[in-house]
Design a protein around this ligand. Structure first.
Ligand code: PTJ
Length: 249
């Protein structure tokens, strides 16, 4: 692994990039995950690599959705496993929720490696390998999921997701939470709750909201979810981005 001195002005970004590159060498991250990461980096740069009030608001309502869910599931792909496996496990423990490995580029080898990584870090139940159901409306292996996992979940957290699957999960009537640095992506636009932020900041942030809201009456949390306007929040985020670009020009 390349040693990046902590004094480097781009230390965190370079360290994260290195984590993704290592993840690919270990067979966790698919090679196209590097491209997805680069796109994410570009959006994060525009966001000033910071968590914005719109992301905080979305995280708060996402925590409410997860706490009021009957069967919440956190979906883990290669990039998320490489960047934020510990955060996913802590979050799953706090809610509590189950984890499911669900890959766009599904191979048995990657499924096993990601499952083993999560288990080696203390995850209890990890769904995904014993896929026995399909997400309706999706072609190919990316539809594969477990009956007791994503298939029967009422709330699914899909960080860093491809748009088709997000749409298909919404069409199943599920509440879909995503974390996506690109507010224009199909995933961001179709999810029930979109947290426009980097998974490395958003997952610990979400965890904090889960802890903070844990004692709130469930009826108040349900009300928060019911009154959530994702389209409005995304518009505010886009307006911030365009103002920031104008101010830089
Ligand atoms: O591991 P697999 O096989 O499931 O494949 C995972 C990838 C990411 C390769 C696959 O889902 C894919 O191709 O995704 P997309 O369609 O490239 O979308 C990824 C989205 O995540 C893009 O909108 C990126 O801007 C965004 N993104 C990238 N890195 C981050 C991110 N969002 C939040 N945090 C990041 N660190």
């Amino acid at each position: 692994m390349t040693t990046i001195p902590p004094s480097h002005p781009r230390y965190l970004s370079l360290k994260t990039r290195e984590q993704i590159a290592q993840g690919m060498k270990q067979g966790i991250v698919h090679e196209t995950g590097l491209i997805a990461h680069g796109r994410g980096e570009a959006f994060d740069y525009l966001l000033g690599e910071a968590t914005h009030p719109q992301a905080e608001a979305a995280s708060k309502v996402a925590a409410a959705a997860l706490l009021t869910a009957a069967h919440p599931v956190i979906s883990v792909n290669g990039n998320v496993a490489a960047l934020a496996a510990d955060s996913c496990i802590h979050l799953a423990h706090s809610i509590p929720a189950h984890l499911e490995v669900n890959l766009f580029h599904r191979t048995l080898e990657r499924m096993e490696k990601i499952t083993a990584l999560l288990q080696s870090k203390g995850a209890q139940t990890v769904y995904g390998l014993a896929a026995d159901e399909r997400i309706p409306g999706l072609d190919h292996d990316r539809a594969l999921c477990e009956k007791n996992g994503i298939f029967s979940a009422d709330v699914v957290l899909v960080p860093l997701e491809d748009g088709d699957r997000c749409q298909a999960l919404c069409a199943m009537g599920k509440t879909v939470i995503t974390i996506d640095l690109n507010p224009l992506s199909r995933t961001a636009q179709t999810a029930t709750i979109t947290i426009v932020d980097n998974v490395i900041r958003a997952l610990p942030g979400l965890q904090q909201w889960v802890v903070a809201l844990n004692d709130t009456p469930r009826s108040d949390l349900a009300q928060m979810l019911q009154s959530w306007d994702n389209t409005h929040n995304l518009k505010t985020m886009l307006s911030f981005l365009s103002k920031r670009l104008n101010s830089l020009g």
